[in-house]
Design a protein around this ligand. Structure first.
Ligand SMILES: O=C(O)[C@H](O)COP(=O)(O)O
Length: 316
C-alpha cells in the first residue's frame, strides 16, 4: 500500500482527546469541530486530508465530493453505515473503522438491557419516583433456563453469549460466517434463522445494517416468534421494522423490547418509545470512557500506519 500523506485531520463528532495527542506528537494538525451543519462541513472539509467521525456525522457523497483534499475517513467505532463508502472508494479515499475497541461496552449494555427487560427495572424505578408503590405491575421473570437467540456471532455477539450463560440462559444463534463447530466453542448452538425464531425467549441482534439485514425483524418473523418474546437491539436501527415491532407490542405478542438504536436518530417513533414494555437508550452502546479511548487510539494509530504505507486492520 502506498503511503498516505496525512497533515491535517478534522474531527466532527465527540471523540476522546487521545486522537489529537497521538497525531500531534507526529506533527499532524488536528482540529475538532463538532455540531457543524451540512453546509459548514462542506465548506470546512476542503481544507483537510483526513476526517474522523462517529455515528453522528452523515458522510454523504456530497460531503465526500466537497473534500477535494480528502484521502482518509476514520470511523472511531464499528458501523460505517453513516459513510457513503462507495462514493469514497470512487475517489480512492480510504475508509477505516475501529473494529475492536467498543466490543465489551456494547456487550455489557446488551446484557444490562436483557436484565432490565426481565425485571422492568427502569419502569419500576420511574413508577416509584412518581410516588407510587406498585409491586404488582412489576412482577418479573427469571432469565435462568430461558433461551437467548443471538443473531450475529461476531465479537459482540460472542461476549453477550458468554456473559448471559452465567445467568443460566441457553444461548442459540445464527451467523452465516460462523460455522456451528466454532459457535459451540463459546457455548452457542447454531440454527438456521427460521428455526431460531420459535425457540427464542429473547432475541438480540449483533449485525451491521446492510441490504440483506434491513428489516430482518419484520411482521413475518415476529409472527413466528413465541408469544412474549423480548427483542433487544444494540446494533443498528434499520434491522428492525419499527412499525411491525410496535404493532406486535400492542397486540401483546411481543413481551418487551430494549432499543439502543433506531431507524432514524434521534428517533421520531414516539409511540414505540413510550410503549410501557419498551426500554430505550440514546445509542449508548459504545459510550463508555474505556471504549472511547480504545476506538480513538485505534483510529489514530491506523492513521500513523497509513502514513507509513502499512496495511491496517480496520480497512473497510
Ligand atoms: O458502530 C458503532 O461503533 C457503535 O454504534 C457506536 O457508535 P458511536 O461511536 O456513535 O457511539
Amino acid at each position: 500500500m502506498s503511503a498516505i500523506d496525512i497533515k491535517r485531520v478534522l474531527i466532527t463528532d465527540p471523540t476522546d482527546p487521545i486522537v489529537e495527542r497521538i497525531l500531534s506528537e507526529k506533527n499532524i494538525e488536528v482540529h475538532s469541530k463538532t455540531n457543524l451543519s451540512k453546509e459548514q462541513l462542506i465548506e470546512t472539509i476542503k481544507d483537510y486530508d483526513a476526517l474522523v467521525v462517529r455515528s453522528g456525522t452523515q458522510v454523504t457523497a456530497e460531503i465526500i465530493n466537497a473534500g477535494i483534499n480528502l484521502k482518509v475517513i476514520g470511523r472511531a467505532g464499528v458501523g460505517v453505515d453513516n459513510i457513503d463508502v462507495a462514493a469514497a472508494k470512487k475517489k480512492s479515499i480510504v475508509v477505516i473503522n475501529a473494529p475492536a475497541g467498543n466490543t465489551l461496552s456494547a456487550a455489557e449494555l446488551t446484557c444490562g438491557i436483557i436484565l432490565n427487560l426481565s425485571r422492568r427495572i427502569p419502569q419500576a424505578c420511574a413508577s416509584l419516583k412518581a410516588g407510587k408503590w406498585d409491586r404488582k405491575t412489576y412482577m418479573g421473570t427469571e432469565l435462568n433456563g430461558k433461551t437467548l437467540a443471538i443473531v450475529g456471532l461476531g465479537r459482540i455477539g460472542r461476549e453477550v453469549a458468554i456473559r448471559m450463560q452465567a445467568f443460566g440462559m441457553k444461548t442459540i444463534g445464527y451467523d452465516p460466517l460462523v460455522p456451528g463447530d466454532v459457535s459451540k466453542t463459546f457455548g452457542v448452538e447454531s440454527y438456521p434463522l427460521d428455526e431460531i425464531w420459535p425457540k427464542a425467549d429473547y432475541i438480540t441482534l449483533h449485525i451491521p445494517l446492510i441490504p440483506a439485514t434491513k428489516h430482518l425483524i419484520n411482521s413475518e418473523v415476529l409472527q413466528k416468534c413465541k408469544k412474549g418474546v423480548k427483542i433487544v437491539n444494540v446494533a443498528r436501527g434499520g434491522t428492525i421494522d419499527e412499525n411491525a415491532l410496535l404493532q406486535y407490542l400492542q397486540s401483546g405478542h411481543v413481551g418487551g423490547a430494549g432499543l439502543d438504536v433506531f431507524e432514524e436518530e434521534p428517533p421520531k417513533c414516539r409511540d414505540l418509545l413510550e410503549h410501557p414494555l419498551v426500554i430505550c437508550t440514546p445509542h449508548l452502546g459504545a459510550s463508555t470512557k474505556e471504549a472511547q479511548v480504545k476506538v480513538a487510539e485505534e483510529i489514530a494509530l491506523q492513521f500513523l500506519d497509513l502514513k507509513e504505507g502499512k496495511e491496517v486492520a480496520g480497512k473497510v
